[in-house]
Write a protein that binds this ligand. Structure first.
Ligand SMILES: *Cc1c(COP(=O)(O)O)cnc(C)c1O
Length: 355
């Protein structure tokens, strides 16, 4: 049976990226060696990382003066690398979910953190608005897409200080104005590659401003200087990332990714709002295009295990909501075909007829 992969991360990748990765595992570039057993200093792998960086910049329209880095440690490592490298005295953060909260916790080890707003009181089911970011902070950090709760900020915040964003789960889903940012980072396992690599896009002239000593591996400058090869980088995930970037470019770039994301989201939210059994969990204006959360209405709550089994029988994978929210979550990343969303919608319609 066809599987419809709604996993939140690691998650769906374009089929051709998986096939080409599998091919390279068997024979990389006709070298007679697997990509798993070549040196990261091999000239053919240097070409891979160079192309990945070039495509990253091209696809996201990143201006001159920024470096694209491939690192280890996940987005979670960036929660401390960001303040290590950019927080002199004071930074502003908005608390829109567990990931934001973890970033705030780390930042507090490095200086004063102004939490400008929080939606913790309502299990993060909306993005606070109308907050003020002080002018005297080193940066304002936000999480563009809150993977667990299904809320998203699709417009770069208007503030008078440099922006830093955790874009783990919605990078490459729309254009971004990089000139407002000194750093954008994320784990690759949601829209780019298999797990194991983290991307960080840093503005070069924002580095080296701290008085503190930064451990070598946690200093962005180390990785800028080393071209992401100061130590052994995650070779295979970087190869897959390059393939995904080729795929994004060949499929119309981030503008087309944005169009497809909206099309998928409109289809699924449309059904959630129409279907008598279900309801959405988030403020309508903040609904994520990437992670679509919904629950059974209170009077139908008892049907949850039944719907889960019903959907699984029809090939739906990974639609269980995060344990902190419950219900269902359909993650619809770039590689998700509209047909899979349609299959889920059909499944919801069929289930409605039975009740
Ligand atoms: C998944 C996720 C993380 C954590 O990423 P790791 O690579 O597992 O550390 C952080 N932020 C957001 C928004 C995420 O979706």
């Amino acid at each position: 049976m066809k599987k419809h992969n709604f996993n939140a991360g690691p998650s769906i990748l374009p089929r051709e990226v998986i096939e080409q990765t599998a091919q390279a595992v068997l024979d990389f570039n006709g070298s007679g060696l697997s990509i798993l057993e070549i040196s990261h200093r091999h000239k053919d792998f240097q070409a891979v990382i160079d192309e990945a960086v070039a495509l990253f910049k091209e696809v996201l329209n990143i201006p001159e003066g920024y470096s694209v880095l491939f690192l280890g440690g996940g987005a979670s490592m960036q929660f401390c690398m960001v303040p290590y490298n950019f927080l002199g005295k004071k930074a502003a953060y908005i608390n829109t979910g567990v990931w934001a909260k973890k970033a705030i916790k780390e930042a507090k080890n490095f200086g004063e953190v102004v939490e400008v707003a929080s939606s913790a009181d309502t299990t993060y089911n909306y993005i606070p608005k109308g907050y003020t970011v002080p002018d005297d902070v080193d940066y304002f950090h936000y999480t563009s897409n809150n993977t667990i709760y299904g809320t998203e900020t699709r417009i770069d915040p208007e503030v008078n200080v440099p922006l830093i964003a955790d874009m783990s789960s919605d990078i490459f889903s729309r254009p971004i104005d990089f000139s407002k940012y000194i750093c954008v980072y994320g784990g690759a396992q949601k829209n780019l590659a298999p797990s194991g690599v983290t991307f960080a896009i840093v503005r070069n002239d924002a580095l080296n401003k701290m008085e503190r000593t930064i451990p070598t591996m946690l200093n962005y400058q180390t990785h800028v200087d080393g071209g992401s090869m100061f130590n052994t980088p995650p070779v295979l995930p970087i190869y897959s990332a390059m393939l995904t970037l080729r795929w994004i470019k060949a499929n119309g770039g981030v503008e087309e990714m944005a169009r497809r994301a909206k099309e998928r989201a409109d289809l699924l939210y449309g059904e959630i709002d129409r279907n008598k059994l279900f309801r959405g969990t988030c403020a309508v204006e903040d609904r994520s295009y990437m992670n679509i959360c919904f629950v059974l209405k209170d009077e139908y709550k008892h049907l949850e295990p039944e719907f889960m089994a019903f959907a699984q029988e029809r090939g739906m994978v990974g639609i269980k909501g995060h344990r902190s929210v419950g219900g269902f979550r359909a993650s619809c990343y770039n590689a998700m075909p509209l047909e899979s969303v349609q299959a889920l919608v059909d499944c919801m319609k069929e289930f409605e007829k039975l009740h």
